[in-house]
Design a protein around this ligand. Structure first.
Ligand SMILES: [Zn+2]
Length: 428
C-alpha cells in the first residue's frame, strides 16, 4: 500500500508538469482576449464610435466576509446572530453605502461600469446551510446581491461537508436566482508549500502532514484550480474570484490562481478597496460576533475618511475640452467659459451646474445634444485666476470637474490688481 501511494503522486506529478506546460501555452492567448486593459489599448480593433465609460475612480468599496448565522453563538470567531446580521445590513443602507455585486466591483475595476461612490460587497464563506436558510432571505429583504465563497469538499456530501453544510441543490437554487458563487479551495487549508495540512486518506482518515515538491504542486493545484473547475462544471458557472483560506498564500499561489483564470483574489485583511488596490490581494473585513467594532470601523473607513469628497466622481478637465483650458491665461475679465460633457455618458440635463469663483453658481446654457455647457461671464472676474467647477448628475451619481485659468490683469480693462491681492482664490 505504501509503495502504491508513493508512486501515484509521482506519476501524477509527472503528468502534471507536462500538463502545466501545455496549459501555459494554451493560456498564452487568454490574457489578450480576456484582459480589458489589452482590449482598451488596441484601438485598431475597436469601432471608432465606442468611447470608454467614465468611471468614478474615487469610489471605494468595503468587502465583508461572513460565516455562519446562528441564534446561539458558540464560536464567536465565525458566527453572528441573524438579528445582528440584519442590523448591519440596515446600517449599510442607513449610512448611504450601496451594496453592489462582486461582479460589478470587478467591472468597475476594468473600467466597464460605474459604481456609486461608497459601496459594500457582502460575501459568505465556506458554504453553511444557514447562509442559504437565514442569510439569503435577509439579503432578499434588502435587495442586496452577494457572493458565496465555497470550498468544494465542504459542500454536503464532500469529505468535509457535514450536516450544517450547504448542498449542491441549494447552491444551484442560489445560482438560478443570481447569487454569485466563487471559489474558496477544495479543502480549506494553508496553501503555502511546507505548511501543516490535513490530508484525507481513502477511507476518510485524516492525517496531519506537510507537502513539498511535486506532491505539494499536485495538491495545491487541486485546491486552487481543481476547486474552480469543479464549481464551474457542477454549477455551469464561470468562477473568477478566489478567496484564500485564512489569507495564507504567496506569490506561487497567486501565479497559479492567475493562470487558472481568477481575476481577483481575496484575503481577510480588511481594507477599503480603491481603484488601484491590487486585484490579487483584496482585503475583506471578516465580521465576528465578538468583534462588532470591525464592522463599525469598516463602515467608518469609507464613510468619513475622505470627508465626503469621495461622493463625487472627478472628471479630468482635459477630458471636457474646457475653455479656457486648465492652466491657461486669458486676456479678458469677461471670458466665455465652456466645457464639453459629451464624453461623460448619461448626463441628466437639469442637473448641469457651473460654479465660478467669485460669482458662485452661474446660469449656464447646456445643449444635451452636443453635451456643451457654457456661460458668458457678464460681471468682470476679479483676481488673477479663476476656478470653475462644473457638476452634473450622470446615471444617478454626481460627477464633477474643476479647473483653473489665469486672468492677465494688465490686459483686462478694469484695474483689478489691488482687488486681486485681497481676494484669495477659493481652493478646491
Ligand atoms: Zn473560509
Amino acid at each position: 500500500m505504501m509503495i502504491r501511494f508513493a508512486i501515484i503522486p509521482l506519476l501524477l506529478a509527472m503528468n502534471f508538469s507536462m500538463c502545466k506546460r501545455h496549459e501555459s501555452a494554451a493560456n498564452g492567448s487568454q490574457p489578450a482576449t480576456s484582459s480589458p486593459a489589452a482590449a482598451a489599448v488596441s484601438p485598431a480593433a475597436s469601432p471608432p464610435k465606442i468611447t470608454k465609460a467614465v468611471v468614478d475612480q474615487t469610489a471605494q468599496t468595503i468587502i465583508f466576509c461572513y460565516h455562519r448565522l446562528v441564534d446561539k453563538i458558540r464560536y464567536p470567531g465565525t458566527e453572528i446572530t441573524p438579528a445582528d446580521f440584519e442590523a448591519q445590513m440596515k446600517q449599510l443602507k442607513d449610512a448611504g453605502i450601496t451594496v453592489i455585486s462582486m461582479q460589478d466591483l470587478l467591472a468597475w475595476r476594468r473600467g466597464e461600469k460605474n459604481i456609486p461612490p461608497r459601496c459594500a460587497v457582502v460575501s459568505f464563506d465556506d458554504g453553511w446551510k444557514s447562509q442559504y436558510e437565514v442569510a439569503w432571505p435577509i439579503m432578499k429583504k434588502f435587495g442586496y446581491p452577494f457572493t458565496m465563497f465555497i470550498y468544494t469538499e465542504g459542500v454536503r456530501g464532500g469529505s468535509l461537508g457535514g450536516g450544517e453544510a450547504i448542498t449542491w441543490e441549494q447552491l444551484a437554487d442560489m445560482r438560478d436566482n443570481g447569487v454569485d458563487i466563487e471559489a474558496h479551495t477544495a479543502t480549506h487549508q494553508d496553501l503555502r508549500e511546507g505548511h501543516n495540512i490535513m490530508l484525507a486518506a481513502p477511507g476518510g482518515k485524516r492525517t496531519r502532514t506537510k507537502l513539498t515538491g511535486p506532491e505539494y504542486e499536485q495538491w495545491v493545484r487541486n485546491e486552487v484550480v481543481g476547486s474552480k473547475e469543479l464549481l464551474e462544471q457542477r454549477l455551469g458557472i464561470k468562477v473568477n474570484c478566489f478567496a484564500v483560506p485564512f489569507g495564507n498564500y504567496n506569490e506561487h499561489v497567486k501565479e497559479l490562481a492567475r493562470n487558472a483564470g481568477y481575476e481577483a483574489m481575496f484575503t481577510v485583511y480588511g481594507q477599503p478597496i480603491t481603484f488601484t488596490s491590487p486585484l490579487d490581494s483584496l482585503g475583506r473585513y471578516a465580521i465576528e460576533a465578538n468583534k462588532p467594532k470591525v464592522f463599525v470601523d469598516a463602515v467608518k473607513m469609507i464613510g468619513t475618511s475622505t470627508g465626503g469628497a469621495a461622493a463625487v466622481a472627478e472628471v479630468g478637465a482635459a477630458d471636457l475640452s474646457t475653455q479656457p483650458a486648465d492652466g491657461s491665461t486669458v486676456r479678458t475679465a469677461l471670458p466665455l467659459i465652456k466645457a464639453n460633457l459629451g464624453r461623460v455618458g448619461g448626463i441628466e440635463p437639469g442637473s448641469v451646474q457651473m460654479r465660478v469663483s467669485g460669482l458662485g453658481v452661474v446660469p449656464v446654457s447646456y445643449d444635451p445634444k452636443s453635451g456643451m455647457v457654457s456661460y458668458q461671464v457678464t460681471q468682470k472676474l476679479r483676481g488673477n485666476s479663476c476656478t470653475v467647477i462644473v457638476s452634473a448628475k450622470a446615471e444617478g451619481k454626481k460627477v464633477e470637474a474643476h479647473w483653473t485659468f489665469g486672468i492677465d490683469a494688465t490686459a483686462a480693462a478694469a484695474p483689478v490688481s489691488a482687488a486681486a491681492k485681497s481676494t484669495p482664490t477659493p481652493k478646491k
